[in-house]
Each structure stands twice: as C-alpha cells, then as structure tokens.
Design a protein around this ligand. Structure first.
Ligand SMILES: [Zn+2]
Length: 218
C-alpha cells in the first residue's frame, strides 16, 4: 500500500500490531472462533450508545464479537428521522430478532453538557443534532432547575436515556415486533465513567403503559 508520509505511522501501527496479537490470542484458545463467527451472527442485544471513546459497548459488559449489534452516536439519541439509527433498528428487530435493546448513556457526557450550554457557532451540524436534547431539558426544566447545579447534568443524562427509550417504544417497528413476538424489551442504562458501573434507569416492554397518541393501529 502506498504510504502517506503526512500520517504518523506509530499510532496506527500500534493498533495493527494489537489486532494481530488479539486475533492470535483468541485463536490459541479457540482455533475455530473466527471461522464459526464468519458464517452468521445471532446477537441477542442491540446497543444504542454514545460515541464517547470511554464507553465501548462490548468492553464494559465483557462481551465477545457476535454478541452485541451496536449503534453509537453523540449522546445516544434515537431520533425518528435519523435513517442511520432507524436502519440499524430495523435490521436488529426484523432480521436479527434481538431480544433486548439497550440505550446506554453515561455520566459526564460531553454531548449533554454541550446541549445545556450556549451553542458554538463553529459546530453547526452538531448543534442541530443536540437541539433534541435542549427540548428534553425544556420538558423537565422545573425539576432540573430545582436541583443543585452539580446534580443537574446527571439527572439530565438520565432524562435523556428515558426519552430515547420512549422514542424507541413509539416507533412502528417496535410496536409491530411487540404484536408479533414476546419482545424486544427496551432498557435504559447509564454508565459511570468514575466507577465503570452500569445503572438501570428504565425498562419497557409490550405490557408497559403508553399514551394512546403514540400507539399504532393494527
Ligand atoms: Zn457522551
């Protein structure tokens, strides 16, 4: 491959070396691992998480390749006009038939912090993405502003996860699955950067109450 001398080699070379060692390590324990996994995937989980490098889905739950179908974006949002997230969701529920969908936020989320601040005019695209979070703030403004400032961001992060789980429940894709099979169950979790632990915030399934205006007919 042609070398681009403007790219520092050492950082990416380290990743390639680590990859080789990782692959060899797995093969030494399980010689057929990649061969078997290459045939098909049957993940039971869809993970919708934040893009933050400190919250890698498989790592924090000690999962192996093939166990989790993953979608990540800034501030783990489920926006019902985002075809990227929706196409991942459709494939996960309609084809892979995942049993659980986890929306995972994290305390100390830079996306939430940015959404609760004045907009940076140099980040026009990111501002549009984060606008939805400002709307969630407005929904819970009274409670959030009654909290001490050091607790406000954490609570907002939890409200965001709850909202995104509800957004999933409001899609026709999820409601169709709920009618046809016993799942998937929707979970909202928050990860603590300070302790590496996940906290359950909300769980919704087909028996959970839902406002009539969000229900699809048939
Ligand atoms: Zn984040």
């Amino acid at each position: 491959m042609e070398k681009n001398t403007s790219v520092p080699e050492d950082l990416t070379a380290r990743l390639l070396l680590e990859n080789k060692a990782w692959s060899e390590g797995i093969l030494s324990q399980s010689p057929e691992f990649f061969h078997n996994l290459a045939k098909e995937q049957h993940p039971k989980f869809l993970w919708i998480g934040c893009s933050d490098s400190r919250v890698p889905a498989e790592t924090v739950v000690n999962a192996k390749p093939g166990e989790i179908f993953v979608h990540r974006n800034i501030a783990n949002q489920v926006i019902t006009t985002d075809f990227n997230c929706l196409s991942v969701l459709q494939y996960a529920v309609a084809v892979l038939k995942v049993e659980h969908i986890i929306v995972c936020g994290h305390y100390g989320c830079g996306g939430i912090q940015a959404a609760l601040s004045c907009e940076n005019s140099g980040l026009m695209i990111a501002n549009k993405w984060l606008l939805h979070i400002k709307d969630i703030y407005r929904l819970h403004q009274e409670e959030l502003e009654s909290l001490p400032s050091d607790q406000r961001n954490d609570r907002m992060i939890e409200f965001n996860v709850i909202e995104q789980v509800n957004n999933l429940a409001h899609t026709s894709m999820i409601q169709t699955e709920w009618r046809e099979r016993n799942g998937p169950t929707l979970h909202g979790w928050v990860y603590g950067l300070e302790n590496g632990l996940l906290k359950e915030i909300i769980t919704i399934d087909q028996h959970s109450p839902m406002d009539r205006i969000y229900r699809f007919i048939n």
